[in-house]
Design a protein around this ligand. Structure first.
Ligand SMILES: Cc1cc2nc3c(=O)[nH]c(=O)nc-3n(C[C@H](O)[C@H](O)[C@H](O)COP(=O)(O)O)c2cc1C
Length: 343
């Protein structure tokens, strides 16, 4: 079975659903001795199977697949009000608003079946924990399991469940917060403090994530007890990243001066560059992932087609100013050269 502590370069490229994660990006990080990841979120099981096949054609190194754990059904009445509010956005972009589908579980059962029939070295989870049965089944086919946690209580629950490692996500992370309770406020405990607290309660290896963008950032969390780091935003502008061109440009555009946590795009807290959509909808946004995400999907697609960053979810962690367009293999090597103790 895969062992996190045996990675030549203890850098994991974060799974980034919605386009940024590609087989080319995962393979590039694998070539540098890190851990490549595919993001199963929002993809059909068939599209995931194709990406796994593609990645296997590019590397023999171990890699991971990340899954969204299904959420409890949200309150439909609150979402109806937010849907009305979004009509102005639909008019602006010439898009239509779908009826939300409460049965959407992101193809969880089919994706688990796929990973049992055709196992991969590492499977990670976000937004909650899988059942003990899923853990036993995936262990049975030899996969190494990583649970994303944002608090000590979540870490303890994951430890009791028997996963192999924890991805400890701090408040500076780009994209969605992996809180197990979808309505919980994402914690504010700084990553290094969180690592210390989690490390005091579990002996599982920890992968630190959130706002890490430089060699110094990486060195600091390794000193704080992490065995590896997971970086997302740092890779968004690489040529291998499938992030939308408007997203890549916005990360380097001085007009975008800060990141904020918002539920406006998906009904779940996520960190992104502050833009017009957030300014107009953050205050009135409601809980309700994944239904709110379904509602804004055509709006975001239309904004992307019109190359308008102000209608897009520009996910980014607080270290976004350091994101470069360096190829991902070199970037991984450069980050590790700058971080490693003997450097
Ligand atoms: C664009 C984007 C998409 C993301 N998608 C996922 C995902 O599909 N699954 C997941 O577990 N984490 C996802 N994350 C969160 C990352 O796993 C990680 O916690 C985060 O990128 C770390 O913070 P950083 O972006 O500051 O490096 C995403 C992050 C970003 C920026």
């Amino acid at each position: 079975m895969f062992d996190l502590t045996e990675l030549r370069t203890p850098i994991v490229v974060a799974p980034m659903a919605g386009g940024p994660s590609t087989p080319a990006l995962a393979a590039a990080v694998c070539r540098a001795g890190g851990l490549g990841f595919l993001a199963a979120g929002y993809k059909t099981p068939d599209a995931l199977a194709e990406q796994i096949e593609d990645l296997r054609g590019r590397t023999d190194a171990p890699f991971g697949v990340n899954l969204f754990v299904p959420q409890p059904p949200p309150d439909l009445s609150a979402i109806a009000g937010y849907r009305e509010e979004l009509r102005s956005e639909a008019d602006r972009y010439g898009a239509s608003l779908p009826e939300p589908d409460p049965g959407d579980d992101d193809g969880w059962g089919e994706k688990i079946a796929l990973l049992l029939a055709d196992p991969v070295p590492v499977v990670s989870f976000t937004f909650g924990l899988p059942s003990a049965e899923v853990v036993a089944d995936l262990h049975g086919v030899g996969s190494y399991l990583v649970a994303t946690v944002t608090s000590v209580a979540e870490a303890q629950a994951a430890d009791r469940l028997g996963v192999d490692a924890l991805c400890v996500q701090g408040p500076d992370a780009g994209g969605h917060s992996g809180t197990h309770d979808p309505d919980a406020d994402p914690g504010a405990t700084p990553l290094r403090e969180l690592l210390g607290a989690v490390g005091g309660r579990t002996s599982l290896p920890l992968i630190a994530a959130g706002g890490l963008a430089t060699g110094a950032d990486i060195a600091a969390v390794l000193r704080a007890g992490a065995r590896a780091v997971q970086l997302g935003t740092a890779y968004l502008r690489t040529p291998e990243s499938g992030a939308k061109p408007a997203h890549k440009r916005a990360l380097a555009d001085p007009r975008f001066t800060t990141t904020v946590m918002t539920r406006a795009f998906s009904g779940r807290y996520a960190r992104g560059l502050r833009n017009r959509f957030i300014d107009e909808h953050d205050a009135t946004a409601v809980a309700g992932y994944p239904l709110v995400n379904q509602l804004t999907q055509p709006l975001r697609a239309a904004a992307a087609a019109q190359d308008d960053p102000d209608g897009l979810s520009l996910w980014a962690g607080t270290g976004y100013r350091h994101a470069t367009d360096t190829p991902a293999e070199s970037l991984t090597a450069e980050l590790w050269d700058a971080a490693r103790p003997e450097a």
